[in-house]
Design a protein around this ligand. Structure first.
Ligand SMILES: Nc1ncnc2c1ncn2[C@@H]1O[C@H](COP(=O)(O)OP(=O)(O)OP(=O)(O)O)[C@@H](O)[C@H]1O
Ligand SMILES: O=P(O)(O)OC[C@H]1O[C@](O)(CO)[C@@H](O)[C@@H]1O
Length: 323
């Protein structure tokens, strides 16, 4: 049976994430193969409000898929949080005769799509795109693997200089209120301590360990930005238990979000882009395209919002290597 879908709109929203362009390429390729027109909506929900659309060509996207960031641009849209903004977005959908929307972003983006679905019947599918990896219903989100690889490279570099000077380094990584980037980069770099938002106890392990630190080697602490203590507070607690150490702070910041997507993020983008487009063609809506146990999976978006980074296995690893 032929699909009713003739025109799909696609947007990227929230923080950019490496691999978003690969997902857009896969959507463009799949749509094209099914004779469906694809329009890019620029700057996330801002473009939906401002009627800022551009045609997307799969051949051009093929040449751009290896780039970091998002060629569609992205935004955190205050205007879309209001009924007025959402109604304007609805007008754009009607004026351009969009039959469906694919939205790539984090849980905020999905909340935005759920808000839109309350005033419109437009079918939509979400693709999880955020370096934070904090979305349930998928093993990984787009951009997480690349961000962790970038953080690992930076922390390895920091270790070189830390070992040369026998210094303590506090390295702050991104992840908002989730510890995935901190845990994966910290364990991969042999960190001496990892402070995650999900635990209040980890600071005590760190203080106990650093009390006995004799400044004969490097001591690397990876701190998640969403931890209950900030780097300055942790630094002053450390100095109180061990006044003689030489301590430096490094905040990795947005460097973690840029750069070319890893092969894993490109593959994830390709798989999720194809899955999302086929889902739209098959009449699905309100779902997120993800991978669970490495299998393509569609889950209702309402059920996939947030996930916690510390499960039993991770806790064991943290205790073994950082406890
Ligand atoms: N409850 C909501 N109602 C309407 N729109 C929303 C809602 N929550 C979020 N949005 C829209 O979604 C946009 C993206 O959300 P947010 O800034 O939280 O990023 P995100 O999608 O979670 O991505 P990241 O994890 O990379 O930060 C917001 O800027 C806003 O425009
Ligand atoms: O670029 P912005 O808007 O400052 O957002 C930073 C936040 O976005 C993320 O990079 C992705 O959600 C978080 O890790 C970080 O806290």
């Amino acid at each position: 049976m032929a699909s009713d879908i003739k025109h799909i709109g696609i947007l990227t929203s929230g923080g950019d994430a490496p691999g978003m362009n690969a997902a857009v390429f896969a959507v463009a390729k799949t749509a094209n193969n099914h004779g469906i027109k694809l329009s890019g909506i620029r700057k996330g929900f801002e473009g939906l409000i401002d009627n800022d659309l551009l045609p997307l060509d799969p051949n051009e996207m093929q040449r751009l898929m290896h780039q970091g960031g998002t060629i569609l641009k992205t935004a955190r849209s205050e205007r879309f949080m209001s009924a007025q903004g959402q109604n304007k977005a609805l007008r754009t959908i009607e004026q351009n005769k969009l039959d469906a929307i694919i939205a790539i972003g984090g849980d905020g983006t999905f909340r935005g799509m759920l808000a839109l679905s309350k005033i419109s019947n437009i079918p939509f599918i979400g693709i999880p795109g955020t370096i934070d990896n904090d979305i349930a219903g998928t093993d990984y989100t787009l951009g997480f693997d690349s961000a962790v690889n970038t953080a690992v490279k930076c922390i390895d570099n920091i270790r070189d200089t830390a070992e040369s000077h026998n210094r303590v380094f506090l390295v702050e990584v991104m992840g908002r209120d989730s510890g995935y980037i901190g845990i994966h980069s910290g364990l991969s770099c042999g960190a001496d301590a990892i402070l995650v938002p999900e635990s209040n106890e980890d600071i005590n392990y760190l203080l106990h360990k650093i009390k006995h630190y004799n400044s004969e080697d490097a001591f690397i602490v990876v701190m998640c930005e969403g931890d209950e203590l900030n780097v300055e507070q942790v630094s002053s607690k450390i100095r109180k238990v061990n006044a003689h150490i030489d301590l430096r702070i490094a905040k990795l910041g947005h460097i973690q979000r840029g750069g070319k997507p890893s092969a894993q993020d490109r593959m994830l983008g390709i798989r999720l882009g194809v899955l999302a487009t086929k889902a739209i063609i098959n009449g699905e809506s309100g779902k997120m395209a993800g991978v669970c146990n490495n299998k393509p999976t569609l889950r209702p978006i309402k059920s996939v919002m947030k996930k916690q980074s510390v499960d039993a296995e991770t806790q064991d690893l943290l205790t073994l290597f950082c406890g």
